[in-house]
Design a protein around this ligand. Sequence first.
Ligand code: ADP
Ligand code: MG
Ligand code: MG
Length: 898
Amino acid sequence: VKRVYTFGNGKAEGRVDMKNLLGGKGANLAEMNLIGVPVPPGFTITTDACIEYNKLGKDAIVDLLKAEVEAAVKNVEALTNTSFGDKNNPLLVSVRSGARASMPGMMDTVLNLGLNDDSVAGIAAKSNNDRFAWDSYRRFVQMYGDVVLGMKPESKEEIDPFERIMEEVKERKGVDLDTDLDVEDLKELVTLFKLAVKEQTGHDFPESAWEQLWGAVTAVFDSWNTDRAKIYRRMEGIPDEWGTAVNVQAMVYGNMGDNSATGVAFTRDAGTGENIFNGEYLINAQGEDVVAGIRTPQQITKEGSLRWAELQGVTEEDRVDMYPSLEEAMPKVYKELDAVQKKLEHHYKDMQDLEFTVQDGKLWLLQTRNGKRTGAAMVKIAMDMYREKIIDDKMVLMRIEANKLDELLHPVFDLDAITSAQELARGLPASPGAASGQIVFFADEAKKYPVTILVRTETSPEDLEGMVVAKGILTARGGMTSHAAVVARGMGKCCVSGAGALKIDYKERVMRIDGKVYKEGDWISLNGSTGKVYGGSVKTTQPDLDGDFGHIMDFATKHTRMNVRTNADTPKDARVARDFGAQGIGLCRTEHMFFEGGRIKSVREMILSSDENGRRAALDKLLPYQREDFEGIFEAMDGYSVTIRLLDPPLHEFVPHTEAAQQDMATEMGISLAEVKTKISDLEEINPMLGHRGCRLGNTYPEITEMQTRAIIEAAINLKKKGVIAKPEIMVPLIGTVEELKMQNDIIRKTADLVFAEKGDKVDYLVGTMIEIPRAALLADKVAEVAEFFSFGTNDLTQMAFGYSRDDANKFLPVYLEKGILKTDPFQVLDQEGVGQLVEMGTQRGRFTKPDLKVGICGEHGGEPKSVEFCDSVGMNYVSCSPFRVPIARVAAAQANI
Ligand code: ADP
Ligand code: MG
Ligand code: MG
């Protein structure tokens, strides 16, 4: 097998469609070579090699790779006219990770590899630039020490060992910036760094270039299994067994002096989606400097620079003097970069996120990828590209990450509230959205209060888990491309970065702004769209959803086969869902209305009655309430089908638990408190989820089914008189035998006929069942002899197929996910392999009996994109999900059909 793919000088063995093998970064480095974008030469070690490494270990993988890697290094040497490990004319490389799916900043990179005490002199002589050589060496020892040799800080309050040494040296010298250190300082740093390595690891820093290379390659492989990489994968649903590729690439130097620079750019605005080329760069800097927020980055375009200066309160004089844009500082390079960004966006037909370095006036591209973006930007960019005729409507839909639409449905700050709020500071609008919460200063404390804002000088990949939990993120340093900003946009989380007025003291757990102190636990609010930070909590309102969002919904309707319905229990939910485009109700849980108003008393009376007469008397009181509820829901869904599930939960859920409430019921029913208590304890079950519930209720107490049917049919007939079209579908829950359904079907039909006769009018209705007990799925052909429709209740079906109690699974599911026993939570993502068989088989067997049997799904899975795709593949008529997931399901349903 081939494990190494080379690229360079306009040639490449890889291509963009080889991401699985070469990782995203490697495939795109190859592709850029092929389309004539200047990229330093190098090679990619495949993701398969990473998987082999995980199985076989270091020695075996080095054996397997050695010949190919040595040949590939030769190729780079030839193209760059240098020699790896040579002391006079050394080839230096970067060693970079790159998985199939981009995991920004998740894994580790080493730059300037190949330097040692000899070759640093060679580099200095060759470049005629001592400072550059030693700055590169200092960076290399620092990165290699961190990534490969495990030199980490001792505790979260401490900075890492190298940073500490840097701080000490800078303080002694009385300088602020890395760039203010002179050659002698840098030499001292290298010595001190190496001493620290020897002290902490017990080994000398490796001098041999090849030893360095193999160390770095295997460290990149190892970085696939770090905690932060695992957390990121779980968050994004990236499988653990993909592995990462390793890219080894000739260095280009952005730290060679004032005619060199490094930067990051986006072809469009990743926050808002606007078609504006933007980004940040630093003169005389290398790699991560821009992202890490070590110095204040400068803007790429003049326009962006002017906007930035206004936000930061920087005068035009200072801006031009200290923070000029690339467009102003290096106009020739800027022109070239602008041409490259246009070329790349045109080639990939999507917004690109790129990394570049300028070495002594020459532009090099180091990375391009489809940029991470907010939900709002995702929608705007897709629709803009449609209008620009770059992509068609199907492509627009495929560009939508359905889950991300959720962000657009979230609240924004109320205009009045925000104008009267107290502004504390301004930073950069790094990721739009509105967030109020209590301050925490450490990522692992993000759960300390119910809603938190994570406040940091800057964030790093270690902070990921806390960033997921926090409502918003605020940093004192770093620009629009800082780690915090990029990750927040990826998560659609509100973020303000680079609020320079903030002085954070981790030890005291406070931040100071203009001398005022804000403690951990204080409330603040962030507006990620303007970069403003406010004191206290600010009121929010719902956003409006028209324009591009609406267009995308229209495209979804055009390209979908399945209908999308909603799960709604109240007229209000039904209306919300209808506004989101729901075409009917797939699940109306009647019992959810039992707790409203005076209903609960009658419900309790029914449950506590000792005989049928008592129950009937109580049910008579409930009837008008239920009828009224159904009228409201039918009206909201005028013309669309409404599936109503008959009473389902164990009755014990409705009994009064406090003594006062029990006494109340005793008085109401004219029985003693003791009798009430006895009745309640009689209702207790050891396994309520497998107990007296579902159709077992209606079959033991048929009067309940009679009352509910009557309420449904009467409501439908009443509305018919008002010109509203009600289409009830009466659904029998939790059947395991055909007889259970037959019995309920008889009661329903008899009751409906009775009501028709009484009212002298008729309406159409269906009787169907939920398929949620595995036995019902197995016998679906028989069930379909009675049922007019199936609705897969995949919550219970999952519970019963796995034998996992839904209410207790949180005791072991997180551990199962952690240990990889399960890949995903089966209650969130439908288990296609197992539970999916029941769904598929149930559908097929049902349709064997009734070819046009209507089939749908009403579990939580009905709004989960992967599960929706599965539902489409088994030929369901509709999916049903909670109102706020309707837009997501609509797009997922269309994608499944494209
Ligand atoms: P990440 O996964 O964090 O994007 P990268 O591998 O892209 O990590 O590299 C980190 C930084 O180092 C980036 O800014 C990148 O542009 C820079 N870099 C990587 N390789 C080289 C190289 N050969 N020459 C100069 N800079 C490089
Ligand atoms: Mg990168
Ligand atoms: Mg159920």
